[in-house]
Design a protein around this ligand. Structure first.
Ligand SMILES: Cc1cc2nc3c(=O)[nH]c(=O)nc-3n(C[C@H](O)[C@H](O)[C@H](O)COP(=O)(O)O)c2cc1C
Length: 421
């Protein structure tokens, strides 16, 4: 069933402008929040809605907010993760560039729920246009009394700052993001303590993804039950799928959670390039295990994708047809993680580079007997042993490419060539 929540206004001319957003009902959810709800009620509504984080792990948003300790004497911070550096992922930028006030409204309501008076949008350095759009929208919101002191006469104060990163994938990891805002190197912190307790400037902090927070005004306006009725039981709402690769119509598509992958690829994207066959699908950004063509009927929600042996992650869907060499694809991904490892943990620093070197020699026809086993052993030793999951993110896809396409890797070693036409 086609349903649009986050993208319903995309395409309206000048939607970035406050008056256009307001003319479409924008900021009414904020007014309703401030008029009708206490902060605790807002958290309760978000909990009831079943909203789960759209940044990758799918953690329940209301529950995360509930972890913030009360009355510590310290400020509470809200940091919006607009880093979006995972290869294959380009859905947050749609909201940022086309409908920035939807995000800002979500931030203000969420900050109110958290008793937070200072929020940050951490945006990756490369999103120059996106940060300009956001800054413009933030300025307009201040001028209209939607940010700053005594918002809409409610007595609630909130400052919102757009903070540009310098372009490092690791700064999307929530604790590296906090370090970066503090002006330090983007090195992840050991957890616990979790940011909800000890976060930015050692104060309680919530980090949420752009798409997560953009859902909040709709939940307030239409009710928790309405939101929970979209999607499936434990996977409420819609999801923005950014589809790239070998399909006819690439782009961002909003679909209810639980929609079959087949519908996304063959209906929304109009199928594969002429005359080609589906080979593999990455369902949630480059860091998740790859799915094979026979898994095309899997449903696109956190739990179904996990049951199929992968992760919904950032919902960056990369489609590969039968012209794809899986060794070349694995090597390309390995290069990214080798470059982006922050270097703090040995397993990640050395492992990512080692994987890349082995795959490079395989692709060049110099693969050695035992290289597949060596790669699998390396991957196994890189998972669950580091400060942050970048190491897992590097290992999981490589492991899955070898396990699901072993003949191709073997041919690269035994025949010293690529067997893909
Ligand atoms: C290496 C790495 C990169 C990440 N990059 C992003 C990112 O670009 N955007 C994002 O929202 N979450 C990213 N995450 C997940 C965040 O750490 C965090 O879980 C998320 O922002 C929480 O928001 P949510 O609860 O709304 O999903 C990344 C995690 C890791 C380990």
């Amino acid at each position: 069933m086609p349903i649009k929540v986050l993208t319903k206004n995309i395409g309206v001319p000048d939607l970035q402008c406050l008056h256009v957003y307001e003319s479409l009902g924008g900021y009414q959810a904020l007014a309703k929040t401030l008029r009708e709800h206490s902060p605790a009620e807002v958290t309760e509504i978000v909990k009831k809605s079943g909203l789960r984080g759209r940044g990758g792990a799918g953690f329940p948003t209301g529950m995360k907010w509930g972890f913030v300790p009360k009355n510590t004497g310290k400020p509470v911070y809200l940091c919006v993760n607009a880093d979006e550096s995972e290869p294959g992922t380009f859905k947050d930028r749609l909201i940022i560039e086309k409908d920035p006030h939807q995000l800002i409204e979500g931030i203000i309501i969420s900050a109110y729920a958290l008793n937070c008076h200072q929020a940050f949008i951490y945006i990756r350095g490369e999103f120059v246009y996106g940060s300009d759009v956001l800054n413009e929208a933030v300025n307009e919101a201040y001028a209209k009394g939607l940010l700053g002191r005594n918002i809409l006469g409610s007595g609630f104060d909130l400052d919102l700052m757009v903070h540009r990163g310098a372009g490092a994938y690791i700064c999307g990891e929530e604790t590296a993001l906090l370090e970066s805002i503090e002006g330090k190197r983007g090195h992840p912190r050991l957890k616990p303590p979790f940011p909800a307790v000890v976060g930015l400037y050692e104060a309680p902090t919530v980090i949420n993804n752009v798409e997560t927070l953009a859902n909040v005004p709709h939940i307030i306006q239409n009710g928790a039950e309405w939101f929970a009725s979209i999607g499936t039981e434990r996977n409420a709402g819609t999801r923005l799928f950014g589809v790239s690769g070998h399909v006819k119509k690439r782009g961002v598509y909003e679909l209810p959670m639980g929609t079959p992958l087949r519908d996304l690829i063959f209906d929304c994207c109009e199928g594969l390039r002429e005359g080609r066959k589906l080979k593999a699908i990455v369902p949630g950004g480059s860091s998740v295990p790859v799915l094979t063509a026979d898994q095309i009927d899997v449903r696109l929600d956190f739990d179904s994708i996990a049951a199929a042996g992968s992760m919904l992650g950032s919902a960056g869907v990369i489609v590969m047809d039968d012209t794809t060499c899986m060794v070349a694809a694995a090597r390309r991904i390995a290069k990214f993680y080798a470059e982006e490892s922050c270097g703090q943990c040995t397993q990640c620093r050395e492992g990512t580079e080692w994987i890349y070197r082995i795959l490079t020699r395989m692709e060049n026809g110099s693969g050695r007997t035992g290289d597949m086993e060596l790669l699998l052993d390396l991957c196994a030793n890189m998972k669950g042993r580091t400060i942050c999951p970048l190491s897992d993110a590097a290992a999981m896809p490589i492991e899955s490419y070898i396990q699901r396409f072993p003949a191709e890797f073997a041919a690269h070693i035994q025949e010293q060539r690529c067997v893909v036409a």
